[in-house]
Design a protein around this ligand. Sequence first.
Ligand code: AMP
Length: 283
Amino acid sequence: MTDFLTFRTVDEMRTQVATWRADGLTIGLVPTMGGLHSGHQKLVTRAAKKCDRVIATIFVNPTQFGAGEDLDSYPRTEKADCEIIADAGGNAAFVPNVSEMYPDGFATTVKVSGLTDMLCGATRPGHFDGVTQVVSKLLNQAGADMAFFGEKDWQQLAVIRRMARDLDIPTKIMGVPTVRDDFGLALSSRNGYLDAAQIEVARQFNVILRKTAYDIASGGLATDECAKAGQAILDAGFERIDYVECRDAHYLELIDRVEDQECRIFAAAYLGRARLIDNHSVS
Ligand code: AMP
């Protein structure tokens, strides 16, 4: 941790990035909201393999939370987060406060249409507008060569790729496979909201999705198999389903019969205080 840097302001980060650039070094960026776990750690490890210097950002972005969501209770564990970043080979954390990111009079929105209408966008209105707003700022602020995002949030990754392409943002957007526990549960900062019994239930989520992906790939109609999966998720002990859908992996269009396209199954469901999301390849 001795050489680890913490930037609180955009200026501090830019000054350091300029110094690194003057030395001919490449920069990787890992945007996070903190509450870091091995999933985030893998993003940093991957970034450190690909880039000479790595900055992870820790910012619980208020504009991507809806009314009644967990903005106030979202885990805030900066010291432990910085240790995780450093252990994974990261060089710095950018930890701005809300007024650094959204100064008085802030008035700009960034919206990717189409891709944000379905899946999490349908039930979390405005969520992706908040994500693209903050991620466009972070990409501009850091001016990194590459930025790393998890495939766990597959729709988010698709939206960010589209935004970066449409706005000619030069940073290369890199996807990193989902990190799971030994039972296949996708790691998430929100898993901390679950007690031991709920974790057992949560572990059924990926088992059901993997079976559904297999059944669709084997010729089953996606609508039928997704309906069965929804029921199985409720039977496992989840309280409510947000969606279980099979979609094209890139354009996110609904698919019913899988042929040559690259498809994924996407699901979101509520368990206790947590809303879990996951996705699997159908192949
Ligand atoms: P968050 O802090 O939840 O906003 O996530 C920050 C980044 O970490 C996003 O790009 C996420 O997709 C990624 N991420 C979160 N959980 C995982 C995981 N289990 N495996 C891989 N990446 C993840």
